[in-house]
Design a binder for this molecule. Sequence first.
Ligand code: FAD
Length: 523
Amino acid sequence: MRPLSLTLPLFLHLGIASATYTLSEVKAQISSYLDQNQNGTHTTRSAPPSGCQLACGFLDFALPQHVSYPQSVIYEFEESRYWSQQQELTRPSCRFSPTSAEDVSLAVLTFRVTQCKFAVKSGGHAAFAGASNIDSGVTIDLIHLNQLSLSADKTQASIGAGNVWYDVYTYLQPKNVTVIGGRVSAIGVGGLTLGGGMSFFSSQHGWACDNVNNYEVVLADGSIRQVSYSSAYSDLYWALRGGGNNFGIVTRFDLAAYPQGDLWAGSDTFLYTNETAAAINNAFYYLGVNAPSDPYAQVIIAYAYAQAQDLFVIASDLQYAKPIPNPPILQNFTSIPGSIASTLRIVDLANLTVEFNNTNPGGFRQTYWTFTVQNSASLMADMVAIYQEEVTAIKDVAGIVPSAVFQLITTDMTKHFSRNGGNPLGLAGQGPLNLINIDISWSNASDDERVLTAAQNMVNRSIAAARAQGLDHPYLYQNYASYQQNVFASYGADNLAKLKSISAKYDPQQVWQKLQPGYFKLG
Ligand SMILES: Cc1cc2nc3c(=O)[nH]c(=O)nc-3n(C[C@H](O)[C@H](O)[C@H](O)COP(=O)(O)OP(=O)(O)OC[C@H]3O[C@@H](n4cnc5c(N)ncnc54)[C@H](O)[C@@H]3O)c2cc1C
């Protein structure tokens, strides 16, 4: 940090793990900055800046090269790195790109002093506006927190919170290990891990949040803490395993690393027919039942609509975490006749995530929704019928690409949810469950209302169908949820109450709830 002047005291506070400031120290520095500003030392502005204008100016002065403004190359480059158009069109007053946890700490205290609202971005793949960007506030872009290292015994990878999974995997792959992370190359480490994190290896090892050994976190008081199950902050460790952006800004994740080589994986594509759909839904159901016999298998079933051809298709994405073609556990899928295209092959993890990235292009209007039901092939058919009816009503929308994506939350996954004190998701020991993601992209904002209404209908009608059959489940997966969905209530009343009390303990001023308004709040 650049000192304000040689006559100012150096406010380094070496109390905790790293050099940080206190709120009153930053307040004093900002006052001094304002005095000099008003005296014309730094700018010729007539009225003293306030709020985010002041926060941007102070951070720019204190940490040169870390702040960018609209129309600058860096600002516009960072703005272009969101997946959805809604997020990309959101315009903060400035963007702040820290290079250390100490920088993040200074920013948080600056926002508190100036009462400037802020957002935090890792990979920028949350779909709705305001999730990791903020109009007229300041966005902390973690892009430069991109360090990567592996312990000498190869059991733990330390990963800066601004990395995307492709960079993580290409770093670890030559060392023949991996971590439990995203399945699409451009997803960020931060958002995925703080919301849960389903990976190709989750039946073996649990979700990403269950494989964090230690979080380096900047708390609301500016302190930098090392948070693990065995630390003094085991309650915070529990909360971070699914608590999203409500407990601090994570600057580094220390993740359990596991030996891993190539996989057998890819996608079989089918034209939709009732017979093919029934066969796929049955195979999906039986995988849920049989999964414990072979936790190397994972499947993603996506029902989609191809506008150019005006027809429905089914993508059967199969993954086996060993380089063994067509393993018995997946043969209920591979024996289904009529595939019109297949990419199934032996492949390395990084390249597999690139294949998935290519089928999820950015730059469009996007909406993500979620719900969970019990594992049932006939309910799956009912939900697909609802999806198709609702898609038919919006199939003329320019550029529409609507999908209903089905994934199993297996009993193998949820047994890891109670490891190291557990997580707050409310699913430990449950399953097999069917986790649904309604995922729609389209071209023009003028169609937002029609698309969002159809998406909401798909969700509401499917949940009603599940409830009528006694097959509904309350869980809403944060990483797939729409902002209209009440994620934390779905964790269960006890878990939500515990999350709120941990929030009150570590953040008595409720900085993460009030000054960082975007994404899912504890309420
Ligand atoms: C194409 C696509 C593929 C996907 N694949 C998967 C998948 O394989 N498995 C899966 O589980 N999910 C998947 N998801 C969902 C994904 O996990 C979420 O969208 C997630 O929020 C993305 O994380 P991000 O860092 O890219 O997003 P961001 O938009 O950067 O962040 C999301 C939220 O997390 C907060 N946040 C991010 N980093 C930090 C941090 N370090 N400290 C505090 N808060 C932080 C942000 O403030 C924001 O509120 C996918 C999504 C898309 C669009």
